[in-house]
Write a protein that binds this ligand. Structure first.
Ligand SMILES: [Ca+2]
Ligand SMILES: [Ca+2]
Length: 445
């Protein structure tokens, strides 16, 4: 017995231990089950709630546009002697607060692509239809992206502009490069019908104070009363809330970036956005290529511009915002910009040349896919590209004499083409038209 006693005790202890363990395990299983039952739905509920909050935020953004014009331009307005003026559209949004995100307009070809313009945003809360007592809330300086009389210049503002209302928002432009004698015809007017909401102001000094002041002293009128009834071609993109938005502030569109260079993409990020996915396109937004495999945090990213095999002016950036729980929010696309492998600096077009002239063609080369083995200069005198000269290596310039052509073309184009060891094209750039003057012999009478 004594022999077995300890064993019995041990076995008793053992069974008692097993029993305790069993009950403990059972209890902890139950606890676990209870925990799972309680915690899991709470998790789901919390997740659902937070996801729901993110979705609710998305619905709150409600983007809209402020538009008076019909999109077709019937007139271009400038001051008879030239000079700066301000032209504004009066909008009455149905809901406030309203954030102004982007302002757009169309410019005609009398405007220079390097001219300075100023966007000016005012609020007029008395809702009397007369913007004379409007308060300036925002200005931003911009340059035209396009001056072809048809492509919209869409300017994403560097800040979201909060208008608390009620009443009117005035969105105007000032031609800051305007000066005495400069017929820039900067203000495009839709005259198909008039909403009687477009205003104009100027000073006899030919200048507009910076920041602009309303009303101007010498000319302040609804445009209809000056003999030009219509609506300025100025629009705005708005939002009720910016919480879930992303707006790209750089690149803005129309920039030229050397192939292989670094640029810093920047954006405005809404309060509930947490992370971003960045893409680029080389075909005007038809297909998108990820810039990053992982989410990007913050509001800027340094991007190594891809090294292309050809100059490309259909490049775009897209940024998509996500909430902290991974819910996809809004996205924004830039306007198209250009990536260049090579640039023909001279003759670049817009100049003149005469047969017999000695010309030094010059080009700049950026990062190429493969080493440049040779370069060819071509020209198009009669709708077909013909070789002007070929050089070994990539000297960046070569000289040639302009031949005399019969019949004589009115204009010609030039092209620089870079070739690799195997003779494959690894980059080219074409000039715009160069006026061609033939060498003419005259006899005396
Ligand atoms: Ca029209
Ligand atoms: Ca007023």
């Amino acid at each position: 017995m004594n022999v077995f006693f300890p064993f019995q005790r041990i076995s008793q202890m053992y069974f008692s231990f097993l029993a305790t363990l069993y009950f403990k395990v059972r209890r902890s299983c139950l606890d676990l089950l209870i925990t799972i039952r309680v915690v899991v739905p709470t998790c789901f509920l919390l997740l659902a709630l937070s996801v729901g909050v993110e979705i609710a935020f998305i619905q709150k953004a409600e983007s809209g546009t402020l538009v008076l014009d019909d999109g077709s331009i019937e007139n271009h307005i400038f001051l008879v002697e030239g000079g700066q003026f301000i032209w504004l559209n009066r909008f009455t949004p149905s809901t406030f607060p309203t954030y102004i995100r982007k302002v757009s307009t169309i410019f005609g070809n009398k405007v220079g692509i390097h001219d300075d313009f100023q966007i000016a945003i005012f609020e007029d809360t008395d809702a009397d239809g007369d913007p004379s007592n409007a308060t300036l809330v925002y200005t931003e300086n911009v340059k035209p992206l396009y001056n072809d009389n048809q492509t919209w210049n869409l300017f994403t503002l560097s800040n979201w502009v909060l208008c608390n209302g009620p009443g009117d928002i005035l969105i105007g432009l000032v031609n800051r490069s305007g000066r005495f004698g400069y017929p820039d015809f900067p203000a495009t007017l839709d005259q198909t019908s008039s909403q009687r909401r477009s205003w104009i102001g100027a000073y006899s000094t030919h200048l507009i104070p910076d920041p602009p002041v309303l009303p101007t002293a010498d000319l302040w009128s609804i445009i209809d009363k000056t003999g030009f009834p219509g609506n300025w071609v100025i629009r705005a993109v708005t939002a009720r809330s910016t919480d879930t938005l992303v707006d790209i502030t750089y690149p803005r569109g129309h920039e030229m970036f050397p192939s292989g260079s670094d640029i810093t993409i920047t954006w405005l990020a809404g309060a509930t956005t947490a992370k971003f996915m960045l893409h680029f396109s080389l075909d005007d937004g038809i297909t998108w290529i990820p810039i990053t495999k992982q989410f990007v945090y913050g509001t800027s990213y340094t991007w190594r511009v891809p090294t292309l095999i050809q100059n490309n002016n259909k490049c775009k950036i897209k940024i998509t915002a996500y909430g902290a729980k991974g819910i996809q929010m809004f996205s924004d696309e830039s306007l198209p910009f250009k990536i260049e492998v090579v640039k023909l600096l001279w003759p670049a077009g817009g100049n003149e040349m005469r047969s017999g002239n000695s010309i030094l063609a010059q080009w700049a080369t950026y990062e190429t896919k493969r080493p440049v083995a040779s370069a060819k200069l071509l020209w198009m005198p009669n709708s077909v590209w013909k070789l002007v000269a070929k050089v070994d290596g990539n000297p960046g310039s070569l000289s040639f004499v302009v031949p005399t052509l019969v019949p004589s073309p009115k204009s010609v184009k030039y092209k620089i083409k870079l070739l690799d060891e195997q003779g494959n094209d690894i980059g080219s750039d074409t000039s715009s038209a160069v006026i061609y003057h033939p060498f003419v012999l005259r006899h005396s009478d």
